[in-house]
Design a binder for this molecule. Structure first.
Ligand SMILES: CC(C)(COP(=O)(O)OP(=O)(O)OC[C@H]1O[C@@H](n2cnc3c(N)ncnc32)[C@H](O)[C@@H]1OP(=O)(O)O)[C@@H](O)C(=O)NCCC(=O)NCCS
Length: 364
């Protein structure tokens, strides 16, 4: 029987969008270090860079921001879909359904940057509309005075967001915008490769993002830290988990065999924002203990904290409700997905791998 490879190491296409070097711990977006972009640039600038390929000039940035801001309102039919969904439908399924409902005939082959911007602009509106709806509150209307990240925070709380929260969430959203041929991006490219449309490709990507092995881990990191609760409990708790053969959420990565550069950058952001917060102090201690014990129980596997571990710390510090962690990851990754969808459309061939048949063969 063939080893189940999960396509590890298989090159499935060429890209100019990003480089993920798992041995060196490097992440590059179109020739720029992602960790620098996260600190020195805005969501809109980096989104422009990923979608268009170059950093925007002042004039280009203004136009891009204005266009993005103008697309925040949900179309009436999307609101009607949101209003019709049952309360027990969880947020990623809601997002998948409402984004899918955006797919009117204007989203045909080929995909455009304009379409990418429309979906990007409405995702925070969908998330916050649903969030308030579930809490029996009126949804907060987008504020056109704010940039993308500030407006997301504003729509969540209805209050003016602090500069520190905007900076921290913006760093998180930039660092999680793009990450090569991961499961959701690959799903998006596969759907697009049939000459389907951008909305169908993004809907598929959201479905892939939903699983805990991909985008669903940060809220589980909170659960892990809540369960550990004290420093003294860290080592026995982690040993018990590893002895039971369970995985520690927020650790390990298919590509990174060293520290995940996003995790390193987010750790600094979390430390700047939360300083001596006891919860963050516990997170730092748990990270150190877990890496040591993972090396003991899984020698040679090179398991370190991944992006989800400190993403949880940053998202918690900006007071993001934990059920919105994966949806917020989606609100960032939409840029990477659509950049790949556009790139796929420029030099497309339908994806069609093979499977080795290991079933029975009829006698005659
Ligand atoms: C991210 C992840 C899915 C990558 O999976 P993968 O590349 O298929 O890695 P593998 O499943 O081949 O793991 C290799 C070995 O390390 C172990 N391992 C990997 N991640 C582990 C973790 N978080 N905790 C404990 N052991 C882990 C596996 O059990 C396996 O051990 P084995 O060789 O004894 O069988 C995996 O590391 C994981 O499940 N992590 C936890 C979930 C998470 O944080 N996801 C967010 C990703 S950004």
């Amino acid at each position: 029987m063939l080893k189940v490879t999960g396509l590890e190491g298989v090159v499935a296409g060429e890209t100019e969008i990003s480089l993920v070097d798992g041995e060196k711990g490097h992440l590059v977006y179109r020739g720029h270090w992602a960790k620098d972009l996260a600190v020195h640039h805005t969501f809109e600038e980096v989104a422009y860079l990923l979608l268009y390929g170059t950093m925007p000039t002042g004039e280009e940035l203004l136009r891009f921001k204005k266009a993005l801001t103008g697309k925040r309102e949900l179309p009436e039919h999307a609101k009607a879909v949101l209003d019709a969904l049952p309360n027990d439908m969880e947020m990623m399924s809601v997002l998948r359904t409402v984004v899918s409902a955006m797919g009117t005939s204007s989203y045909g082959w080929e995909p455009t940057i304009e379409q990418a911007m429309t979906v990007t602009a409405v995702i925070p509106t969908i998330i916050t509309y649903r969030y308030h709806q579930l809490n029996n509150r009126e949804p907060v209307k987008p504020n056109l005075e704010y940039d993308h990240v500030a407006n997301y925070l504003y729509m969540l709380t209805g209050k003016e967001p602090s500069e520190a929260h905007i900076k921290a969430l913006s760093a998180y959203m930039i660092l999680t915008m793009e990450h090569g041929m991961n499961a959701s991006t690959f799903s998006g490219r596969v759907v697009l490769s049939t000459q389907s449309d951008l909305i169908s490709a993004v809907t598929g990507a959201i479905g892939a993002m939903k699983g805990p092995l991909h985008g669903g881990a940060p809220s589980e990191v909170i659960a892990l830290l809540d369960a550990i609760n004290t420093k003294e409990n860290a080592e026995p708790w982690i040993r018990k988990e590893l002895e039971a053969g369970r995985r520690l959420m927020g650790f390990g990565h298919r590509v990174y065999k060293t520290y995940d550069p996003r995790s390193v950058a987010l750790k600094t952001v979390a430390q700047e924002l939360s300083g001596k917060d006891p919860w963050l102090d516990l997170a730092l201690y748990v990270e150190e203990t877990a890496i040591r014990l993972l090396d003991e129980y899984k020698p040679g596997r090179k398991l370190y904290s991944n992006v989800e571990f400190y993403a949880a710390a940053v998202l918690r510090a900006v007071e993001m409700p934990s059920e919105l962690y994966t949806p917020t990851f989606t609100a960032s990754r939409i840029i990477g997905w659509t950049a790949h969808i556009l790139e796929q459309s420029k030099n497309n061939r339908i994806f069609r791998p093979k499977a080795a048949y290991v079933g029975k063969i009829p006698n005659k």
